[in-house]
Ligand binder design. Sequence first.
Ligand code: GLP
Length: 243
Amino acid sequence: MRIYCTKDYKEMSRKAANLISAQVIIKPECVLGLATGSTPIGIYDQLVEWYHKNDIDFSEVTTVNLDEYRGLTKENDQSYYYFMHTHLFDRVNIRPDHSFIPDGTCEDSEFECRRYENQIRSLGGIDMQLLGLGRNGHIGFNEPSDSFAQVTHCVDLTQSTIDANKRFFASEADVPRQAYTMGIGTILQAKKILLVASGEDKAEAVKNTLFGPITPYVPASILQIHPDVTIVADEAALSLCKL
Ligand SMILES: N[C@@H]1[C@@H](O)[C@H](O)[C@@H](COP(=O)(O)O)O[C@@H]1O
């Protein structure tokens, strides 16, 4: 596990964007696993800036997203589909038929989860998976639980996640209670994993992820056993770790 400690959010974003850009340079036809949440926004902005300077080309890249709220349409400005289009897809040359996100409107959850998992497999797996970190240690929407979920599945969001994400919605009642997410197994099969974290409110989760016991109660802790994980976090997020 490589750990980069950056001064602040801006530096974290640039460092992580550099690693993604290196992946695209090494393998232009790579499959990038992407994440949502407020943390990756600076990374996407940086990639867009480099795209305009012709320093990165997404024309052969395929993307797969970690998760999507169940029940939100693509037009809903809180859907992860909308988020990805606003922050990245509509601003660079990723081909529309080369980006995949679970379909939040599919009511048959078993069908949708199987379809999405097969989609990722048919692409040959993920070369680099970008991950944010929930305050309770969740990755994607894999919430703390008594076992690690293998494949893409439908989850009931915890109150902690609903509370953390309600800032994006008009009211708490509008926050979806369920989501489709890649499983821990899906994530761990990525060849490389890039975890980003910023701010003091992630410090406890970062400490438990990096140095705590490997337990499904801190889903990100399983990253300790993946052979190629890079963490890029700012000083505040690493403030409880003795490096
Ligand atoms: N499903 C997403 C996660 O993928 C993300 O990592 C987390 C943290 O978000 P933020 O970066 O806004 O703290 O939020 C959501 O729950």
